[in-house]
Write a protein that binds this ligand. Structure first.
Ligand SMILES: CC(C)(COP(=O)(O)OP(=O)(O)OC[C@H]1O[C@@H](n2cnc3c(N)ncnc32)[C@H](O)[C@@H]1OP(=O)(O)O)[C@@H](O)C(=O)NCCC(=O)NCCS
Length: 172
């Protein structure tokens, strides 16, 4: 069923965004947005993006992206054998993704995820990354990502990946 189109906008986190009341049910994810995300952006260790409903500056959800590496043997063997034999491979890390509890179930999580994946795909055309990986904080988060085709890495079930070639097909 098509979801109602809300006037959501996803933009880089800025000082003016109101994030004090953000509560996603995970204290570390709330604290990160409120106290750490801006610093990470300034130091360029993560790129935080927030979703707002203009003209309000209140943050309804957010995600972060960073460049990362994974060991080739973390990939399923059938995929690893098709790749060049480098010990490590470049990936984009979707480090965090969260939606405010008062705004759950409206499609915001999916909207944020699709934006993060599309942004990762576009960036990978110029700075290669062969997959997007995510760190799922618990079983519920694993279930959320698996709905979209993410596959757990070998020996690291809380870390999942989606290959960039799958993503390219998805957005073609
Ligand atoms: C996981 C989370 C981002 C989902 O946000 P949301 O805005 O409620 O999700 P959406 O409304 O976009 O749901 C999209 C689809 O995923 C499903 N879904 C949502 N949470 C799910 C979960 N935990 N497991 C499986 N499916 C889930 C929804 O039912 C919906 O499916 P439908 O379109 O068939 O109805 C949100 O619950 C959250 O912020 N949780 C706390 C932080 C967290 O766990 N982050 C994950 C990474 S650490």
């Amino acid at each position: 069923m098509p979801k109602p189109v809300a006037p959501w906008r996803i933009v880089p986190l800025a000082k003016a965004h109101d994030r004090d009341s953000f509560a996603c049910g995970s204290e570390p994810l709330d604290r990160y947005l409120q106290r750490q995300a801006r610093q990470d952006a300034e130091k360029r260790v993560a790129a935080p993006f927030v979703v707002v409903e203009p003209p309000s500056s209140r943050v309804l959800g957010y995600y972060t992206l960073s460049a990362s590496l994974i060991a080739v043997d973390a990939l399923p063997p059938e995929l690893a054998k098709k790749l060049p034999r480098y010990p490590q491979l470049p990936v984009t890390l979707l480090g965090r993704l969260a939606v405010d509890q008062g705004h759950r179930g409206k499609g915001l999580g999916e909207f944020l995820l699709m934006d993060a994946l599309h942004r990762s795909l576009v960036a990978a055309a110029e700075i290669a990354a062969m997959a997007v990986i995510v760190d799922a904080k618990d079983e519920k988060a694993v279930a959320f990502y698996r709905r979209y085709g993410f596959i757990p890495l070998q020996r690291q079930p809380a870390r999942l990946f989606l290959s960039m070639s799958t993503l390219a097909g998805l957005f073609s």
